[in-house]
Design a protein around this ligand. Structure first.
Ligand code: SF4
Ligand code: SF4
Length: 448
């Protein structure tokens, strides 16, 4: 079996973000192989933990992937402040005589946005609406590289390292089987410290929000990076309580067209024709400018405009997200947009300092509290979603009553599909197949 087949069989997808299937990403050639090791979102610790504990596995795998892609350079993007991780990677590079280079960058947000990272590490501008391969680059993150290492050693993606923090007794890194309930994760972290909390799955800027009342529906997936518990009245949740009409009405009455949202927009600063203040103006008073709304397709929803820049507390990011959904339903593509401009001359001075962002979000009190050791969860049951990422859902190949071993293939896609196989994350009996596969460990399960 070749490398890509092993990655496909093991069901590897991007360990963060949209979860793009990895066997497709690494199919073809690229000049640069870049590794996103900057841990983009504030508070998260998972990637740094992996670097400290699996640096040799990471470097070894990067060499294999670079050979596969005929990449001339391997560059790992890391923040200057992360000195322990720098040491771990440097030692691994030396021990393995690797050609991987470490590129240190400032502690700004969103350093890990793919388009921003490519510019920082290579000085190449991805065209608006383009992908890294357009400029000869493939980007992967640390968690994905670790999963590829496991895949090359015949181990499927069955578990996930995640950070759990915020209002929990013991902020920690957890090692949880895919499909573990978020409730079980909270229990393993010692439980919540407050009664009225909501949950962010992912980072505080871009993660999805789960209300406490929906807790029983949420599980760990292949793309879950973090679980953050915050008080229900926290500033991060305020926009979630408004619908689109309310947001537009507020913009109409309160947007002062100061253009700070555009001035600090990271995509605008690297030369993309994205102007959130123009989108806000168009929605509020100038609805004939349909072309301007298409700029929303270039928005990565980093949240800088909404949670950092806007002095009026408006919601350009959330509005852009809604516009993107509507335009995609209409089949509108990025390609209709004008070409990019030069990188903004003030870009260096307009980067958002991550420390300042933490204070602005009232999250500084939750940083640097993670225990060094990780906790392994062994749940009694898991509910593994058949759709966990971008692309096609997997099709179940098991039935209720089947007994499965950990690591056994339970749902599959065809090799050419934009999708990924799914494997049992615990040993047990199939209880239900219904958009997810429910496996119950139970003491009575006997393997034949
Ligand atoms: S920063 Fe806020 S007030 Fe200023 S233009 Fe943007 S949305 Fe309007
Ligand atoms: S969320 Fe706002 S700041 Fe971020 S890319 Fe979109 S428009 Fe720009």
């Amino acid at each position: 079996m070749d490398i890509l087949q092993k990655i496909f069989q093991a069901g590897v997808v991007g360990a963060g973000g949209a979860g793009f299937p990895t066997h497709i990403k690494f199919n073809g050639v690229a000049e640069y192989l870049l590794v996103n090791a900057v841990e983009c979102e504030p508070l998260l610790e998972t990637d740094k933990f992996l670097i400290r504990h699996k640096s040799k596995e990471i470097i070894k795998t990067l060499e294999i992937l670079a050979r596969q892609m005929k990449a001339k350079k391997i560059i790992i993007g890391l923040k200057k402040k992360n000195t322990r991780e720098f040491r771990a990677l440097s030692q691994a590079i030396e021990a393995l005589n690797s050609r991987a280079e470490l590129h240190l960058i400032d502690n700004f947000y969103p350093a890990g946005d793919e388009q921003i990272l490519v510019y920082e590490l290579t000085n190449r501008q991805i065209p608006p609406g383009g992908i890294p391969k357009d400029v000869g680059v493939v980007v992967c993150n640390v968690g994905t590289v670790v999963n590829v290492y496991e895949a090359l050693n015949e181990k499927s993606v069955t578990d996930k390292f995640i950070t759990i923090l915020g209002e929990v007794q013991n902020p920690s890194v957890l090692y949880a089987p895919i499909g573990t309930s978020i409730e079980a994760c909270i229990e393993m972290a010692g439980g919540a410290t407050i009664e009225d909390y909501n949950i962010i799955l992912g980072g505080p800027m871009m993660g999805g929000v789960i209300e406490k009342s929906q807790l029983n529906e949420a599980v760990v997936t292949k793309t879950t990076g973090a679980v953050i518990l915050l008080p229900q009245n926290h500033v991060i949740f305020k926009n979630k309580q408004q619908d689109l009409v309310q947001m537009i009405n507020r913009s109409r009455s309160a947007c002062i067209q100061c253009s700070l949202c555009t001035d600090l927009c990271p995509r605008n600063l690297i030369g993309h024709p994205l102007r959130p203040h123009r989108i806000m103006r168009t929605l509020s008073i100038d609805r004939q400018q349909y072309e301007v709304l298409k700029e929303a397709l270039l928005c990565c929803e980093c949240g800088v405009c909404e949670l950092y820049a806007c002095p009026m507390g408006l919601s350009p990011k959330t509005i852009n997200g809604e516009i993107k959904n509507l335009l995609r339903k209409e089949g509108v593509k990025y390609s209709n947009l004008p070409m990019q401009k030069e990188v903004h001359e003030m870009r260096e001075y307009r980067k958002v300092p991550a420390e300042r962002l933490l204070c602005r979000l009232d999250l500084a009190g939750y940083s640097d509290k993670i225990n060094e050791d990780y906790i392994t969860i062994e749940p009694q049951s898991v509910k593994i979603p058949l759709r966990q990422h971008i692309g096609k859902a997997a099709t179940s190949i098991v039935e209720v009553g089947d007994v499965v071993e950990k690591g056994q293939l339970i749902a599959s896609v065809n090799e050419g599909d934009l999708g990924a196989n799914i494997h049992a994350s615990i040993k047990g009996m199939i209880k239900e197949v219904n958009g997810f596969i429910w496996i119950e460990a139970g003491e009575k399960v006997v393997m034949e």
